[in-house]
Design a binder for this molecule. Sequence first.
Ligand SMILES: *Cc1c(COP(=O)(O)O)cnc(C)c1O
Length: 443
Amino acid sequence: MPTPIVSKRAPIYADIPDEKWNDWRWQLSHRLNTAEDIEKVLPLTDSERKALQTQGLFRVDVTPYFISLIDPNDPDDPTRKQIIPVSEELNAFTSMMEDSLAEDRHSPVPGLVHRYPDRVLMLVTTQCASYCRYCTRSRIVGDPGQTFNRQEFEMQIEYLKNTPQVRDVLLSGGDPLVLAPKVLEELLTRLREIPHIEIIRIGSRVPVFMPMRITQELCDMLAKFHPLWLNIHVNHPNEISLELAEACDRLSRAGIPLGNQSVLLAGVNDCAHLQRELVQKLTRIRVRPYYLYQCDLVEGAGHFRTPVAKGIEIIEALRGHTSGYAVPQFIVDAPGGGGKIPVMPNYMLSMSDHKVIVRNYEGYVTTYEEPTEYKSHDPKTCKFCQNKRPEPGQTGLTGMLDGEQLFIKPEGFDELHNRGGGQHRLRDENKWKPLGIGSGETD
Ligand SMILES: *Cc1c(COP(=O)(O)O)cnc(C)c1O
């Protein structure tokens, strides 16, 4: 039987009138952030109390709605671990970094991360409705002093106007849906004035932390900016409440395709069976699981990390075992700024010149006979090949397959292999250029 989708309210909020409880402004202004506040809802552990009393800790704030999802009698409650700090947050670990994805290095202007050829990440605020303890952007998030000003916003817009290769803008932060409605509307209007921006995406945990913010009025406003996509962030089936289901329904009816991004977290969702329940419950509320992230090497998140193998195990338990629509991509976001790297179980077991051996989720092993007569696709007569978008310096392996380059070398490769010798008669550069015989793709 599917688990029921329910509504919860902590006993201390029992007498709050519904008009207040369902008003997102009330939720925001009644967020809990001290040991004293939180103690009124659930008894704190020593580790939690110590963390809450530590100076310089990553910001704490929890909406009354979200804290109500916690079972107060369970110190290991999965919702609790995501938003109430513990003293392990203060522990350092090997390879821990402040900006593990090197986002600031990929920012041509403050708050705009241009990592991939055709899309950018635009950080529009540092504020959130509540703060996830494993935040990958804890270096700036939560700090009102780090938030982006008017001048920086104008620089972001200017960069986008001058960069026609960008066809997709992903708004994040912080959480774009905590911006004042007028500010968000102006931002979207300014983006829509740029003709080469085809799609706008929003990454937001507001539907999860504060579903009452997803009013019909907000949905109507967002619907003016289509095509607009939205990813939410649910980590555990307990977060899928009646209120979240209704908020997602309003967003879907406004024509906004919904996806979910989860983070794989030790003690929260590092169980294949829990993940199956999560992704199935998400599809019931018309949210498509998009990514499951390996936890980043970020300060404060060490105690949440799992081995990468846990993610492989989870995908093994999902693919084939449940609807394809419900299976996210498991992603390791490469430390140092390499970007998102999908990682998955191996389904390809072996191959010869005419067949491949593949296996399915049940361990059924089969062969696929390759065609003996395949008329190669001809890039010279294909209009898509002729009109391909430029990706200056970023075509990578697809560029190698396209014949743009023969090899990719690590930095310093040529100097190292020169072994201190100079240019001599046997070192003619042309030796390593293809002679142009054959496919014609390499000329
Ligand atoms: C995640 C991310 C994107 C979007 O990646 P998709 O795989 O297209 O969802 C874009 N830019 C940056 C910097 C990102 O981290």
